[in-house]
Design a protein around this ligand. Structure first.
Ligand SMILES: [Fe+2]
Length: 389
């Protein structure tokens, strides 16, 4: 995270005695990245954050097998057709993944159990509904269009208010704003399409009393359920530059060129081996002879995974793609607008159309994406041939 924050009570100096009203000591915990050499926060617990009373292996409830995208094809998945069981963690249906990132979809109205992903950060995009994100750092009220970025190792849970649908991006490392948006000291620069004011983080501590509280922990070795002697939500204060935050896609400030701009102008986050881009409603490119939708392109080092979250998709007209759809355009394949889409958009501009209402979240990976059972269960098998009709 780019900037310092303090929530609740913290002592005047770090690593000094900090006492509870009853005279006992609060337990200080450092959560820090990259071997004490990057962002960190200090959290002050009522109880020892180290006190666990039980550990048990957990058999995953969801199928996590991946298979290569062979024969190589562009793909269309219709998440509208997926029905999920479980909560927003255990009920995730794996769509695609590789050694760097896993992409899943989940719909649920049930609260999840406490969960800690120790493999990497998570970036969870809320497509629909409102959900309370609770964590050791406090609460974030999240809703439609929010990306919630959760640092590695953060104990948290999701409590939906009604039915909630999410796209979960599970990274193998840290998810951050692109470096080119930041000054050398971490402030968002004026050319960045969003800034600190757009980020929402916990504003006050969340303290819950409880004993023998299970926490589902994901590691590279698998899933474990650790039972903590005391509830992990016992932090009275914390400070630092590492904490969960939300950013709403509607706060993204699209950058528009005279002729068509490539996806890096839409970049929102970066993670190891992938980027996340937000395609938002915006004015169309404004050269008098502009073709204001993408040109045919072969992004030779990337697989493009595009989740169509809302709006209207001029470039995809005739492909069957609709809100809730996902397209996967892999390296090794040239893709572009569907036949007739260029002519249609030129004609629309001639009628006075000046904006696009598309809303999409794209994850571009630098290694090929394999396909998961969630995607294969909702694939539109005819998509690959829609350019040849
Ligand atoms: Fe593309």
């Amino acid at each position: 995270m780019p900037y310092y924050r303090v929530v609740g009570e913290v002592p005047r100096k770090r690593h000094v005695q900090f006492r509870r009203p009853d005279g006992g000591l609060y337990a200080e915990e450092l959560m820090g990245e990259e071997g004490f050499s990057s962002d960190s926060s200090l959290l002050y617990h009522r109880h020892l954050p180290t006190a666990v009373v039980k550990a048990e292996a957990v058999t995953p409830t969801a199928d996590a097998r991946l298979e290569p995208n062979l024969p190589l094809s562009p793909r269309h998945f219709r998440t509208q057709e997926l029905s999920s069981a479980g909560d927003l963690v255990a009920g995730r249906m794996l769509l695609a993944g590789n050694g760097d990132v896993r992409l899943s979809y989940a719909t649920s109205d049930r609260p999840s159990e406490l969960y800690r992903n120790s493999m990497g950060d998570e970036c969870v995009y809320v497509q629909r509904g409102t959900v309370r994100f609770e964590s050791t750092y406090g609460v974030i009220e999240a809703g439609e269009g929010d990306y919630v970025v959760i640092p590695t190792g953060t104990i948290h849970r999701w409590a939906p208010e009604g039915q909630v649908s999410v796209l979960a991006i599970e990274a193998g490392g840290h998810v951050r704003p692109p470096k080119r948006y930041l000054s050398q000291h971490g402030q968002f620069l004026e050319h960045a399409p969003y800034c600190e004011r757009d980020l929402r983080a916990p504003a006050e501590p969340l303290v819950v009393e409880g004993e023998e509280v299970p926490v589902l922990v994901r590691t590279r070795g698998g899933l474990t359920r650790l039972v903590y002697r005391n509830h992990p939500f016992d932090v009275v204060g914390w400070d630092g530059c590492l904490y969960p935050f939300a950013f709403n896609i509607n706060d993204f400030e699209p950058i528009v060129k005279k002729t068509h701009a490539p996806p890096p102008v839409h970049q929102t986050f970066e993670g190891p081996g992938f980027v996340v881009c937000s395609f938002c409603p915006r004015p169309l490119d404004y050269h008098p002879e502009a073709i204001p939708i993408p040109y045919n392109h072969h992004n030779v080092d990337s697989d493009e995974f595009m989740f169509y979250a809302g709006g209207d998709y001029s470039a995809r007209k005739g492909s069957g793609i609709d809100v809730g759809s996902i397209s996967l355009h892999p390296a090794g394949f040239t893709h572009g607008p569907q036949p007739g889409a260029v002519e249609a958009v030129i004609e629309a501009v001639g009628r006075g159309v000046t904006t696009t209402s598309e809303m999409a979240v794209m994850v571009d990976t630098f290694r090929p994406l394999d396909l998961g059972p969630g995607a294969l269960a909702c694939e539109d098998p005819g998509y690959a041939w829609t350019w040849a009709r």
